[in-house]
Design a protein around this ligand. Structure first.
Ligand SMILES: Cc1cc2nc3c(=O)[nH]c(=O)nc-3n(C[C@H](O)[C@H](O)[C@H](O)COP(=O)(O)OP(=O)(O)OC[C@H]3O[C@@H](n4cnc5c(N)ncnc54)[C@H](O)[C@@H]3O)c2cc1C
Length: 383
């Protein structure tokens, strides 16, 4: 296996690094006083990325992207994540746009795609419900046709960015009598429509990222049904086929390890053995994950499809590695890590430790990932 970059890939990588060093708004990496301040900077970054057609990098040129290859997309994501540039987690780009391109009408493509690629509209994902997470097809939110509209009733939960998204990508049950995977449809929902209530949920790290979203007789025009009625499950699955290398997790982990190494070197005296050994293990973990990410992207480049088994392995390994690294970081700070006062250096690691708990839940839990690797990946019997 040869991971050397081509001259074009190296040139693109250098262009991305140059943009990070010179093209971002001043103060983009500071701590923000309020969510509004942070959002204003994120929207600014999105617009700057969009101007270079990098916001929707893998999309075809006609829809505002650059038609980038999986390898190019991975190189971009690697640098953005390593430098912690915000505004690059974009569900509109990741799965709404691709589904609209595949199954949307021409009118829907014209209405939604440009505004995603140019950074105007932010989308959130309305899949999970209180009784449907790992078993997503058990969702109960109903969409009932009424003239030119669908009437939506039900509750979604853990909706990331639901409090500031312009649009929601909703999966709801349109046929309650069909087998559970076959009665679901997908809709584009304007988040400020009457009948939609967004309530905040604060996570254990103390930040407000996700929400509960209630639908009470909310009307969605039938022209916002994306794809065929009752075929929504397949639209949900399509979202999985895009960037799957887990390079973002790799870069985050690599950055934390690099920063911790620098911090330990600054300190006078010998690093205690338990910390030294853990750091060595994390460095190995980062290397394994990076190799896996490059392997996945190179396979996707060759065949057009990400290898499912390795993609699941990278997601699982990356999420757990980040948790282990965050635990070591807190140990490095001793009691100061747990009681990190405002403004202290330890605060970032305390947040990382608390936030990393969600890594093994979001986007599919580790138990489910292990089951998929064992059954689909290793071929072990399901029953
Ligand atoms: C930070 C974060 C952001 C999120 N953002 C979004 C979002 O934007 N939109 C959205 O729709 N959802 C979002 N989610 C929800 C996420 O997709 C679900 O939390 C996840 O799929 C797990 O579902 P659940 O919470 O219902 O847990 P459950 O499915 O109830 O699982 C509970 C526990 O049981 C285990 N378990 C369940 N079934 C099995 C099984 N068959 N075998 C073995 N163990 C099992 C799980 O592994 C887990 O440990 C987010 C979650 C987090 C943490």
């Amino acid at each position: 296996m040869d991971f050397r970059l081509t001259p074009e890939q190296r040139a693109f990588q250098a262009e991305v690094i140059d943009f990070i060093e010179h093209g971002l708004p001043p103060g983009w990496d500071q701590e923000f006083e309020s969510l509004e301040d942070r959002l204003a900077v994120e929207r600014d970054i999105m617009k700057r990325l969009a101007a270079k057609r990098w916001l929707a990098l893998p999309w075809p040129k006609e829809y505002g992207g650059l038609g980038a290859s999986p390898m190019q997309q991975m190189l971009f994501n690697e640098q953005m994540a390593y430098h912690g540039v915000p505004g690059t987690v974009n569900m509109g780009v990741a799965w709404v746009g691709p589904v609209v391109m595949l199954y949307g009408t021409e009118e829907q493509k014209a209405r939604f795609l440009t505004r995603i690629a140019d950074g105007t509209d932010l989308w959130c994902t309305l899949y999970s419900e209180p009784g449907a997470g790992s078993d997503l097809a058990a969702m109960q939110t109903r969409a009932v046709r009424d003239g030119d509209d669908y009437i939506i009733n039900g509750q979604k939960i853990w909706t990331t960015f639901g409090h500031y998204a312009d649009w929601g990508w909703l999966a709801a049950r349109t046929d309650p009598n069909a087998p559970k995977h076959k009665g679901i449809s997908t809709f584009a929902v304007k988040m400020d429509s009457p009948g939609i209530t967004v309530r905040p949920l604060v996570n254990m790290a103390g930040t407000h990222e996700f929400n509960e979203v209630y639908f009470e007789d909310a009307r969605v025009p039938a022209s916002n049904l994306v794809g065929e009625e009752n075929r929504g499950w397949y639209n949900v699955a399509v979202g999985l086929d895009f960037e799957r290398s887990s390079i973002g997790a790799t870069s985050n982990a690599r950055r934390t390890v690099d920063d911790l190494v620098a911090l330990l070197k600054e300190r006078r005296g010998r690093t205690p053995d338990p910390i030294r050994h853990r750091m060595a293990e994390h460095a190995i973990g980062v290397q394994i994950l990076r190799n896996l990410a490059y392997y996945i992207a190179s396979q996707q480049e060759k065949t057009g499809i990400a290898p499912t088994r390795e993609a699941q392995m990278a997601k699982l390994f990356g999420a757990e590695l980040q948790q282990r690294i965050a635990a070591t970081a807190l140990q490095i700070f001793g009691m100061g890590g747990q009681a990190a006062p405002p403004g202290s250096r330890a605060l970032r690691y305390q947040y990382l430790y608390l936030r990393s708990v969600a890594n093994t839940i979001e986007g599919g839990t580790s138990e489910i990932q292990r089951t998929v690797i064992a059954t689909r990946g290793l071929g072990l019997p399901r029953e």
